[in-house]
Design a protein around this ligand. Structure first.
Ligand code: DAT
Ligand code: MG
Length: 152
């Protein structure tokens, strides 16, 4: 099955709470491969572009303030159906509705502090990866273990 790439952010609450490692571990142990990763301070301009689809909504200002309030861990994660696999690993947007075992379901309480971002479609993944990463920051490499994670 052909691979997809998704943009994942450990949001400032996750970095401040020291659970970046737990988030990375959850994604890695699911079988996803990290193709890019950096600690990154999001500017207001980038935040506005990244969350452009939500401009005008009542929570937009708070969302931009929050996502720029401290560094994030930005990642490009790769694997078959990576966009949906990441979304199911994160859990529902509101941690109240996120299943236990998901990142938001295990670590979150409120929608405005929901710890992680993951692209919601292949199209937005491409757009978001371009916003956060230059081509040279994304590494194409093989893992021997993939034959035990991916059938073909
Ligand atoms: P997701 O992050 O699951 O893709 P989204 O794209 O709909 O969710 O929203 C982006 C972020 O905005 C979300 O992670 C938290 C915040 N948000 C969404 N809906 C909200 C609401 N009704 N009240 C407060 N914050 C909200
Ligand atoms: Mg979204």
């Amino acid at each position: 099955m052909s691979s997809e790439r998704s943009l994942v952010l450990v949001k400032p609450d996750g970095v401040q709470r020291g659970i970046s490692g737990a988030v990375i571990s959850k994604l890695e142990s699911r079988g996803l491969k990290i193709a890019g990763m950096k600690l990154f301070q999001i500017s207001r301009d980038l935040a506005t572009r990244h969350y452009g689809a939500h401009e005008g909504k009542p929570f937009f200002e708070g969302l931009v303030n929050f996502i720029t309030s401290g560094p994030v861990v930005a990642m490009v994660v790769e694997g078959p159906r990576a966009v949906e696999i990441v979304r199911s690993t994160m859990g529902a947007t509101d941690p109240l509705n996120a299943q236990p075992g998901t990142i938001r379901g295990d670590f979150g309480i409120e929608i405005g502090r929901n710890l992680v971002h993951g692209s919601d479609s292949l199209e937005s993944a491409k757009h978001e990866i371009n916003l956060f990463f230059s081509a040279g920051e994304i590494i194409d490499y093989d893992r021997d273990i993939d034959t035990w994670i991916i059938e073909s």
